[in-house]
Design a protein around this ligand. Structure first.
Ligand code: DWN
Ligand code: SAH
Length: 416
């Protein structure tokens, strides 16, 4: 049952199966991860208590409290997918995979993507003249796609929208999504919508940060307000089986520090690859199905928090300067959970115009344009965008040449 109060969604039952759940870890008071703000808004900043649980029945890892979706996804959304060149290429490959393996033999195929953001994925379909529709509730990012001629509906996807799409455009051959399925609290309505939307021989392909990677690398910064869930094969299989659909293949991805891509069809339409059973076995072995094994994760989080804060304090005690690099959503969890303040970091450099000139959520560290980094190299840069490490290291060689050092916390706190 969902209780709505003060715009916080609080649950005591699993979002997927309704089983009673209990939090095993409290990260404390957290702001909106992408809520970069001006000084005038400091006093009215929104906070919620960030707690996580693993459902003992369906194995879904989930947040207990969360802001309403509209508070996070609206006309001021601060994340524009196109900011990473690596991800532009990643989605080009993703699109080619869908086209070559699932759409080639279809007559006038139709693709629907949810969370299409600035069109980073769908432009690859639009350029080839493939019938497509993006569903994107954050109006400002959606506008970037619309301006490029990418068909986009500015709404939240759910079952009723799926019915409308079918009546206006017909059913879809492919339903695709990246880093959005795990953002949707009413995920059952999404799967009901997919059921309505997808042709009987259609394919569902989506990817999200993978719980297995989060646990193995202690990347607890994947836990923040937008991420209602961290998926595993177990939980995704349970979710889709409820609606007569099945996972036929899974493919690990390197993006976002370790993600999983899921391939799903209506039941019995395609053979199930043994990648699925192999990955299920792996999940049992590393303890993803037992809440008890998450006590180690909790201990690791606490250890990394202590180590990171100690390292930053030591550096400051030596009179050296530190700046944050990339004001990622994930950094909101790191900063606020570890107790990092504007005394530790002079500022955070970031390439996104809408974040620049504002302050980071919660700790209020100034966010400055990335092009000012080279004029003010700090002694140390704390790499909040570790998932873009290759891309960032390649373009910041001068920082290192001039004696600058990187601090990272994945897979452990260290200076590189
Ligand atoms: O799941 C989500 C993923 C897809 O993207 C969303 N909930 C929100 C967002 O998460 P994130 O903010 O942690 O994403 P990134 O891609 O790790 O970080 C993007 C930020 O990093 C942007 O503000 C731009 C910045 N950045 C930078 O300053 N220099 C990124 C790169 C690659 C750079 O070189
Ligand atoms: N797919 C992109 C964007 C991920 S960010 C990428 O991988 O880079 C998540 C996006 O999902 C945001 O743009 C957000 O506005 C959108 N979103 C959130 N809830 C949604 C819903 N119910 N239906 C469709 N999109 C949604």
């Amino acid at each position: 049952m969902n209780h709505h109060s003060n715009q916080i969604i609080r649950i005591s039952c699993c979002h997927i199966c309704g089983y009673n759940i209990d939090s095993f870890m409290n990260f404390g008071r957290m702001p909106i991860a992408n809520g970069f703000l001006k000084k005038e808004k400091f006093n009215s900043e929104y906070f919620f208590d960030m707690q996580v649980a693993l459902c003992d029945n369906c194995k879904m890892f989930q947040l207990i409290n969360q802001p309403e979706p509209k508070q996070m996804f609206n006309e001021n959304y601060a994340f524009f997918s196109g900011t990473s060149k690596l991800m532009v290429n990643h989605f080009k490959d993703f699109s080619n995979h869908v086209i070559d393996d699932y759409l080639k033999d279809k007559d006038n195929p139709f693709v629907v993507e949810i969370g299409s953001n600035d069109g980073i994925m769908l432009k690859n379909f639009a350029q080839k003249g493939i019938r497509h529709l993006g569903i994107e509730p954050s109006a400002n990012v959606a506008q970037v796609a619309i301006d490029q001629g990418i068909n986009t509906t500015v709404e939240f996807f759910d079952k009723s929208l799926a019915e409308r799409i079918v009546s206006e455009h017909g059913q879809a051959d492919a339903y695709i999504a990246a880093n959005v399925m795990c953002h949707i609290p009413n995920i059952n309505s999404i799967v009901e919508g997919i059921k309505v939307l997808l042709k009987s021989d259609g394919i569902v392909i989506f990817e999200d940060p993978y719980l297995g990677n989060v646990i193995e690398k202690t990347t607890y910064d994947q836990i923040y307000d937008e991420h209602t869930f961290l998926f595993s094969i177990h939980s995704i299989q349970y979710l889709f089986n409820q609606y007569g659909m099945e996972v036929i293949d899974v493919e690990p991805q390197e993006s976002h520090g370790g993600s999983m891509r899921y391939f799903i069809t209506h039941k019995g339409k395609k053979s199930v690859h043994n990648t699925v059973s192999n990955q299920l076995e792996y999940e049992v072995n590393i303890g993803l199905t037992k809440v008890d094994s998450f006590s180690q994760f909790k201990e690791n989080c606490e250890k990394y928090r202590t180590n990171l804060l100690a390292l930053l304090n030591d550096i400051k005690n030596e009179g050296k300067t530190i700046a944050g690099y990339a004001a990622t959503s994930k950094s909101t969890t790191i900063i606020n959970y570890c107790g990092i303040t504007a005394d530790h970091l002079d500022c955070i450099y970031d390439t996104t115009p809408i974040k620049q000139g504002k302050f980071s959520p919660g700790a209020h560290i100034p966010v400055k344009p990335h092009n000012e980094f080279k004029d003010n190299y700090p002694d140390y840069a704390l790499l909040f965008g570790y998932n873009h490490e290759k891309e960032i290291m390649a373009k910041e060689q001068e920082f290192v040449k001039q004696g600058g050092k990187w601090i990272t916390y994945v897979p452990e706190v260290k200076i590189i």
